[in-house]
Design a protein around this ligand. Structure first.
Ligand SMILES: Cc1cc2nc3c(=O)[nH]c(=O)nc-3n(C[C@H](O)[C@H](O)[C@H](O)COP(=O)(O)OP(=O)(O)OC[C@H]3O[C@@H](n4cnc5c(N)ncnc54)[C@H](O)[C@@H]3O)c2cc1C
Length: 489
């Protein structure tokens, strides 16, 4: 493959979601950066965020937020990380307000939402349920760096073990971007699944890229299902914010029986518990969200109401089902966003810092993006100089994995089916090179890692995916030439 275009920058930020933008807006002056997005700059999960951002800004201290996060997580957290992020909630809100984000207020007081497993209303929102869109529309124009849209990064460049940039395709043309630091802000994995709340472009690419570069990946078995994805004519039609339940909506059967009535937190129990209950009931009959008693529904939840109007359904009672929503695990980093590979950082949903455990507390991810974006930018002040030699690349492989993943990874999982899928993916062979082949290679690597994560979660193995992957390599999963990074000279 001949490389037409070569760019150089101090910091390459792969992504244009809130995590990426937070890094960009916190970088020290004098430092150059370049941001890239797979689609347009606004095709991100950040834009889709509805409920809001969790912060103890109005509380005496962050202790309640810290405890609720730990409680919802059900283990697998680093308490000092939870302390750091929840403590930083006040600073994050001050930053967003300073940048001009207009959070909903009434008579000079912020209107706070309440969501699952929060014992207090502490969710700051904009435009009712348009929080992500409004935050991103406010912050994006303030980014002082170029943004390359329609640019799909397919491989990291490594020299002597260090990541020194990335290659991919920009508007279909090969591109090489050399950088002193490379930041993966590529979001979660939902786009790999059929029933998901995510933007379809968000497919876990960062995880495959980091894995291929030798970074540790962990906890991929922990994927959060959002309890309420709107179902219409048998199809998933996107997320319905949990804040509706915070405002009084309830989960019911056709007869009006409340399915969460016996839970101490009722309809606002932790997401995994609500999703599980819905899944169980749906084996017998459909489950609905009754929003008929939500006060000011149209004003507070315009996204929901407009969606119902578009589908020509009555918003009072809508059928729902759980859908793939958020990846708790990801690329292991420290509290400065550093991975174990020199020159490579990860931030936002693609990273795993030990905040979300087995179950993310609602609205903690926008907070993580803002807080950790700043932490990464601060770390970059210490960036060493680096020069890069000519780079040679090898092309990759493969085809779509969505159907297979969607069939076996869900609220309920079966270890035998997971193993069968893994075995089937092992047998897939190399295709020709080119952009499509390389995109498919990334999907394939992420899919194998997700299946490995699910298998180790189900079998109770407590090892990181890096360890699992080493086993897998000897077993043949990654021995077909997929691990192309490391072959650069
Ligand atoms: C419907 C919905 C509602 C949500 N509501 C809330 C909420 O109310 N509160 C909350 O805290 N969280 C919410 N979340 C979760 C939250 O929105 C996300 O976790 C968060 O926005 C992730 O931000 P990010 O910057 O890490 O990634 P994203 O915003 O997903 O951005 C990822 C970026 O990476 C780019 N990218 C990916 N792969 C490549 C590649 N190979 N090459 C180049 N670019 C690439 C994409 O183009 C994109 O720009 C919600 C999520 C969804 C889907």
């Amino acid at each position: 493959m001949s490389l037409h275009k070569r760019l150089e920058t101090d910091v390459l930020i792969i992504g244009t979601g809130l995590a990426a933008i937070s890094v960009a807006l916190h970088l020290p002056s004098g430092m150059n950066a370049l941001l890239v997005s797979k689609g347009t700059r606004f095709e991100t999960n950040s834009v889709r965020a509805q409920g809001g951002i969790a912060s103890a800004y109005a509380e005496i201290d962050h202790r309640g937020h810290f405890e609720d996060t730990c409680q919802a997580a059900k283990g697998r957290i680093n308490r000092s990380v939870v302390d750091y992020v929840t403590r930083s909630g006040t600073e994050a809100m001050e930053f967003l307000l300073r940048q001009g984000v207009l959070f909903d207020q009434s008579e000079g007081e912020f209107l706070l939402g309440r969501e699952g497993a929060h014992r207090l209303p502490r969710i700051y929102h904009c435009g009712g349920d348009e929080t992500g869109k409004r935050i991103m529309e406010t912050l994006m124009p303030q980014v002082p760096f170029p943004i390359l849209e329609q640019t799909h990064i397919t491989e990291l460049i490594q020299v002597n073990g260090q990541v020194v940039g990335a290659v991919g395709y920009s508007e279909g043309e090969p591109i090489e971007i050399v950088a002193r630091a490379t930041i993966l802000a590529t979001g979660g994995v939902g786009g790999l699944f059929a029933a998901s709340t995510n933007d379809p472009l968000i497919q876990g690419d960062g995880i495959a890229l980091a894995f291929e570069a030798g970074a540790t990946i962990r906890d991929l078995g922990y994927i959060q299902h959002h309890p309420t994805v709107l179902v219409h004519a048998g199809r998933s039609e996107g997320l319905i914010t949990e804040a509706l339940r915070g405002a009084g909506a309830t989960l019911v059967t056709k007869n009006g029986d409340r399915i969460m009535a016996d839970h101490p937190m009722q309809d606002l129990a932790a997401r995994d518990e609500v999703a599980k209950r819905i899944h169980e009931v749906r084996k017998r009959e459909p489950v609905y969200l009754d929003t008929s008693n939500v006060v000011d529904r149209t004003k507070r939840f315009p996204t929901f109401v407009e969606k119902c109007e578009k589908l020509n359904i009555n918003p009072d009672l809508v059928e729902i089902a759980p859908g793939i929503h958020f990846l708790m695990g990801g690329i292991e980093t420290d509290l400065s966003g550093r991975t174990q590979v020199e020159g490579l950082y990860a931030v936002g949903e693609t990273a795993s810092i030990g905040l979300h455990g087995r179950n993310r507390l609602a609205s903690n991810s926008l907070l993580e993006c803002v807080v950790m974006g700043k932490a990464v930018a601060e770390q970059l002040k210490l960036l060493p100089e680096r020069s890069v030699k000519q780079i040679k690349r090898r092309p990759g492989t493969l085809r779509s994995v969505t159907d297979r993943l969607s069939q076996v990874i869900g609220v309920e999982m079966d270890v035998r089916q997971i193993q069968e899928s893994l075995d089937a993916l092992k047998d897939w062979t190399l295709d020709e090179s080119g952009q499509e082949a390389e995109e498919n290679r990334l999907r394939h690597v992420t899919a194998c890692l997700l299946l490995e994560g699910a298998r180790s979660r189900l079998t109770g193995e407590d090892e990181s995916v890096e360890q699992v992957a080493v086993t897998a390599t000897t077993g043949g999963i990654f021995n077909r030439g997929y691990r192309t990074v490391g072959h650069h000279e």
